[in-house]
Design a protein around this ligand. Structure first.
Ligand code: SF4
Length: 410
């Protein structure tokens, strides 16, 4: 069996664990934020599930409105299972990471059709049986909805635990992540696991924040080794327990980047340098026509049902090779549009509007925006992928990405 991590990175004193649980829960009872998914009966399962999925990668303030609309529309798993992907995408539009909504709906369908409407109740079963439910979501649902004493590790928990126990190795490395899960599972309060997990995440979101943590107001500061190290530095009046002392410790900061006293507790956590996003360029064309009531209409086409922005609607778009000259861009785009419209398009008629940049999680995407007003009626080829004409109002109610809204704005 692998050697246990060195003591400074552990909670090995049961009395301290007990005190930390008590202090954190007392603070949570006093200070927790009033969030819509907390005002419902906690056991009302879709509320916990939906909010946890929406909160991955997205701020609370953004999620609230989406969450309220979602729950109003699909208050039960049965209702969600009956929804179409189109409806899910429409509601999710603008929230980003669209596969989350799609997977949520697929999982609801599976619960209704294959599990007779009965949700798995443990973190292990949730993760095993439901598509798109990872370790974090499974732990959150099992502890909050079903009271299973199982921990959770999200970005906020990573930060809090790394500071509490001076963990300065790359926080995305398997050694650190495994250790944090072990610690979260050991720390979670046995009688109030859901509240404890929410309290730990809440602490990371409101007090132990990334840049300027409010250590003076922190309910667990007496258990925090980063804080102790900041206060006492090298001249600690007590033996410096925060120094691991184990050479080559997989949880300590690398020897090349030791503790920096100007950073204080924000020495922790540390991350390996982020991979640079891929640079991509796409030509996109806003095709306009006058609809039968005289209103301007735009052509939208649907993206494939898998991959980036699956099933979302967009203006006809064409990925471009790097550094393609404008003339060649026009020719390629004109050809692409011909395939949609079933009629010739002159490259010279395309009006260049400008560039719109949108950052997806891993892609730095530049849209080169063109427009083309069309005269007369245009019959779309029903054999091509789905496409439709929409007014501006319909555009905004459609399942379109934030990037396309920027394109229309341009
Ligand atoms: Fe975070 Fe400061 Fe509290 Fe430590 S004392 S857990 S660094 S807020």
């Amino acid at each position: 069996a692998p050697a246990p991590p060195p003591a400074p990175h552990l909670f090995s004193d049961p009395a301290e664990v007990k005190a930390l649980r008590r202090d954190l829960l007392a603070w949570y009872d006093r200070c927790k934020r009033d969030l819509p998914w907390r005002t419902l009966i906690p056991a009302l399962l879709p509320a916990v599930w939906v909010s946890e999925v929406m909160l991955q990668q997205t701020q609370v303030a953004t999620v609230i409105d989406y969450y309220n609309r979602w729950m109003q529309r699909w208050p039960t798993l049965q209702a969600l299972a009956r929804a179409s992907l189109e409806e899910v995408n429409e509601l999710w539009a603008g929230l980003g990471y669209y596969s989350r909504g799609k997977r949520l709906q697929e999982a609801a369908r599976k619960v209704v059709s294959e599990l007779a409407g009965g949700m798995p109740r443990t973190a292990e079963d949730l993760q095993k049986l439901l598509p798109g439910v990872g370790r974090y979501t499974a732990g959150a649902i099992a502890s909050i909805s079903y009271g299973q004493p199982t921990g959770v590790v999200d970005g906020n928990v990573i930060r809090v635990l790394c500071r509490l126990r001076c963990i300065g190795a790359d926080s995305s490395s398997p050694a650190v992540i495994d250790h944090l899960w072990d610690m979260a599972n050991a720390l979670v309060d046995r009688s109030r696991p859901g509240d404890f997990n929410q309290a730990l995440m809440e602490l990371g979101a409101t007090v132990c924040v990334p840049k300027a943590p409010l250590c003076g107001q922190c309910p667990v500061k007496q258990h925090c080794r980063a804080q102790r190290r900041k206060l006492f530095g090298k001249a600690a009046p007590v033996p410096d327990v925060e120094d691991c002392g184990a050479g080559g410790c997989p949880l300590c900061p690398p020897a090349t980047e030791p503790w920096d006293s100007s950073l204080g507790v924000t020495n922790f956590p540390r991350k390996a340098a982020k991979k640079q996003p891929r640079v991509a360029q796409t030509a996109t064309c806003v095709l306009e026509r006058r609809g039968c009531h005289g209103a301007l209409e735009y052509l939208l086409v649907q993206r494939p049902s898998s991959g980036l922005l699956a099933g979302l609607w967009e203006f006809p778009s064409l990925p471009l090779p790097q550094d393609l000259q404008e003339e060649k861009q026009r020719e390629a785009l004109a050809q692409h549009l011909e395939a949609w419209l079933g009629q010739p398009v002159a490259a010279g008629d395309l009006r260049l509007i400008g560039e719109v940049v949108h950052i997806f999680s891993h892609i730095h995407q530049t849209y080169v925006v063109y427009s083309l007003p069309l005269d007369g009626d245009v019959t779309l080829d029903p054999a091509s992928s789905p496409s439709r004409w929409v007014t501006e109002e319909e555009f905004h109610a459609s399942a379109v990405s934030t990037a396309m809204k920027k394109v229309l704005g341009a």
